[in-house]
Structures are given as C-alpha cells and as structure tokens.
Ligand binder design. Structure first.
Ligand code: SF4
Length: 449
C-alpha cells in the first residue's frame, strides 16, 4: 500500500536541511507521496526507513531494463499522464521483428537496417533499440541457432518470442547473459515462464487477452518474486489497443494499481500489412504510452519520422535543448576564415551550422551559452547582450585562431552592434542575415575563394 505524505514524513530525519531541494521534510514527503520526486533525493534517510519507504518511493510504473551495459534499454518509470505535467523519461523502444522461418537474406537485411539506420539530430544520436526474434518454426534447436546468429549480427538488445516454452528456454539459456526480454508468460504457462525468468535472470513479458487476465498473471508472478515485467494486453486493433494503453497508464498512476504498474509492449507489425498504417500505429503508440513498439521492418523514410516524433515526445518540455558553449569549426577553417556567433538553443545551432556547412565557406561558429534560448528571446532576456558576447569572445580563444578579427552577428541582434564594437576593440562587427537560409549567399559573396 502506498503511504500518505504524513506517514512518509514520520520516517524522515525531520531536520529540514533542504539538501533534497525542498524547504522542509514535510514538503519533500508530500512530493514523494504524489510521485513528484524520488527517495534518493534525500541523502539522510536511514536504511531502516529506506526499506519501509521502498514501496512508496518506487515509481508507480516499474522501470525495466533489457540488455546489459551502456547499450541496455530501459522502459517504464513514468510518473505522469501528460508530458507537460513534468516530462516522460524512458523513450519508447523501437524493435524490428525477424523470425526463424524467414530466409537468410531477409533477416540479414532487417537486422542490418536496425544496426545502420542511425541519425544525428540536434546533437543526439537517434536510433532503434531492439530486435525481436520470433520462433515461427516451433523447433527449439532451430530457434536457438537462429537467436545466436542474430545476436552475433547486432548490437541491439533482443526480445525472444516463442509460444513453445521449450524453444523459448533453449534460446533464453543460450544467450541469458545478454538479458533479453522473454515473451511471453500467459495464464496457461505462468509457472513455467516464471521458472525460466528466474533461472536466466531475464525480464519477462506477460500476455493476456484482457487487462484483467494480464493483471492476474502479473500478480501471480509478483508473488513469485518477479518484478521485471512488461505487459501485452493482447489488443491488435487500434481502438482496443489505445483504450488498453490509456487504462494501464491511468490505473497505474492514478489508482496505484500495482498489477498494471509495468511498461507495455505493442505490436503494430501484427495489426496491419500496410507499412504506412503500421507506421501510423507506431506513432500513436509513441504518443500513448507504448514502452516498446515492434515493427515488421525499419526503412529510413518511416523510421526517421518515428525517431523524431519520439525525440519530441520524450524531451523535457521545461528545459530547452541546448548545445555546449564553445568554438565550432565548420568546413576546416583557417586564420582568414570568418567568425559567426549565435546562441546555444540546439535548433538555432543546428540550423545555422547546417547553413554554414552548405555554403562550403570555411568558418568558425561561436556558440554562447544563453541557457537554451533562441537569438530573439535571449537578446530580450539580456543573455545575448553585447557585454556577455564581449566577455565570451575574449575568453574563448578565437582571437588566437584568426588574423582578421571580424565577427558576424545575427541580423536580429543588429541593434547591439555599436555597443559590441565598444566591448570588443580591434574587432569589426558585421551584421549577418536575419534568416539562417540567407547565410550561404552572405558568406559566399564575401568569402568564397
Ligand atoms: Fe528532510 Fe532529507 Fe530533505 Fe533534509 S534532505 S530536508 S532531511 S527530506
């Protein structure tokens, strides 16, 4: 049973030391009770109190890890229904399905695409996460060999899917150190699946034909000591799936209904044979609480929009995405290259650096830390002001890299040019274009060799 704020408060040190970021222990207790903070934020809780608070402090949706090491995939751990209430934490995992009856070339193509389709955007690497290996043959030896082969081909984490428990066991035991997700325990095989998950230490998916059935199986597995579970409600049409996804999230968060307090796995690949519809279903699942989305294939034209969508949904809405302050070299600049400056709002940086790159003019781009604000906002807030730019230009070391000291500022910040000349004696201040799209002709006109 979840504890109330007052019950939690009684177990805290009551020193009001503020180390947790809250003004009092009571405020911290209230926030903990409503899932708005974590117990780990208080470094002074006794071990005894920690044990007692474990249930209350655990996220209402368990965080489940698939795989090991740096590339391990985490799902669940969410605290809110809507991202604007706080943020979503663990991005939906995108998986591709391969089966042991597919021909070798098809498997190779799908696994290779899962490996190679990686995109860089706003300084982040966007990539799929998992390969789901399904036993379609029913043959344990064939499935085991297939899984070993796929594992050797990919660095992605694995999901092992088999209705035949002997096949699931053969493959799971063979690669248990990779900690794949085992799919799936059902009402019929729960004991056997639980034994396999315990033996291998792997997370386990639970499949049911309704929320009630799933909840009864997770409850049974929970009593058997299994906590790393992932839920498949069995829905294979969009309306039912969406209804189930929302119900699972609401029951877990609002009613603290522990049997459904797990991340979900969904299968757009089993819902349609139309690749476009499959992508749309996957997109819906990224929006609405899908922990893992299994697709029949990854193709750049459908995967990239899903990855960008996922990035947008799982970005903290209260924290602007920012690039590191510093000097960025574009197109191999030299001592005669122009120097441009802009803010560290990621989108600004990537648009401006992309335009400079496309101009083919070797340039230096200075990025000033404006706490992730764009040029206009940062200027209005005084964070992209002449004094801040002056200090940064002097200390960043760009003066040692160029002979001609000429600084190009964004057209929108033209009003500060006079003040900037005073801040940077010896530098010529040039007003650049207002729109990034006009940077290439601006640079080519002046600096093309
Ligand atoms: Fe209280 Fe712990 Fe927060 Fe200090 S860090 S105020 S002891 S809850």
């Amino acid at each position: 049973m979840a504890m109330t704020g007052i019950e939690i408060f009684k177990l805290l040190p009551k020193t009001n030391c503020k180390d947790c970021g809250f003004p009092t222990c009571l405020a911290f207790a209230m926030a903990l009770a409503s899932g708005k903070t974590e117990l780990a934020k208080c470094p002074h809780v006794s071990e005894d109190a920690k044990a007692k608070l474990a249930e209350s402090s655990a996220p209402p949706i368990r965080t489940v890890q698939i795989g090991t090491g740096d590339k391990a995939f985490k799902t669940g751990g969410e605290l809110v229904l809507f991202r604007h209430e706080k943020t979503f934490y663990n991005p939906t995992g995108l998986a591709v399905l391969v089966t042991d009856t597919m021909d070798e070339a098809e498997v190779k193509g799908k696994v290779e695409r899962a490996e190679k389709l990686v995109y860089e955007r706003v300084g982040l690497m966007l990539e799929p996460n998992l390969v789901a290996c399904k036993c379609a043959s029913g043959d344990p030896a064939k499935f085991e060999a297939f899984v070993k082969k796929v594992k050797a081909m990919t660095s992605r984490n694995l999901i092992l899917m088999a209705e035949n428990m002997a096949a699931l066991k053969a493959a799971a035991v063979a690669i248990k150190d990779a900690k794949p997700l085992l799919y799936a325990a059902t009402a019929a095989n729960a004991d056997e699946a639980a034994a396999l998950a315990k033996e291998t230490g792997c997370p386990l998916a639970v499949k049911g034909s309704s929320l009630e059935e799933v909840a009864s199986v997770t409850e049974k597995l929970g009593k058997a000591g299994l906590k790393d579970l992932v839920i498949d409600t069995g829905a294979r049409d969009l309306k039912s799936l969406l209804r189930d996804q929302v119900a699972v999230r609401r029951l877990a968060l609002e009613k603290k209904f522990a049997p459904l307090g797990y991340p979900t796995i969904t299968f757009p690949c089993e819902m349609t044979s139309d690749p476009m519809m499959e992508t749309l279903y996957a997109s819906t699942m990224i929006n609405k609480y899908g922990g893992i989305v299994v697709l029949s294939d990854f193709q750049g034209h459908s995967l990239f929009p899903l990855l960008v969508k996922r990035l947008n949904i799982f970005t903290d809405p209260q924290r602007p995405m920012a690039t590191k302050e510093g000097i960025y070299e574009i197109n191999s600049p030299n001592e005669n290259s122009p120097v441009l400056i802009t803010t560290n709002f990621s989108l600004t940086y990537f648009i401006v650096s992309g335009e400079i790159e496309s101009s083919r003019v070797p340039s230096y781009l200075l990025i000033l830390n404006t706490e992730g604000l764009s040029v206009m906002t940062a200027w209005a807030a005084g964070k992209f002001a002449a004094d801040a730019i002056g200090i940064f230009v002097k200390k960043c070391g760009i003066a040692d890299k160029v002979k001609t000291k000429r600084l190009i500022i964004p057209g929108y910040a033209a009003g500060m040019s006079g003040e900037l000349e005073e801040e940077l004696p010896g530098w010529e201040i040039l007003i650049g274009p207002r729109e990034a799209a006009h940077i290439p002709p601006f640079l080519r006109e002046r600096y093309a060799q």
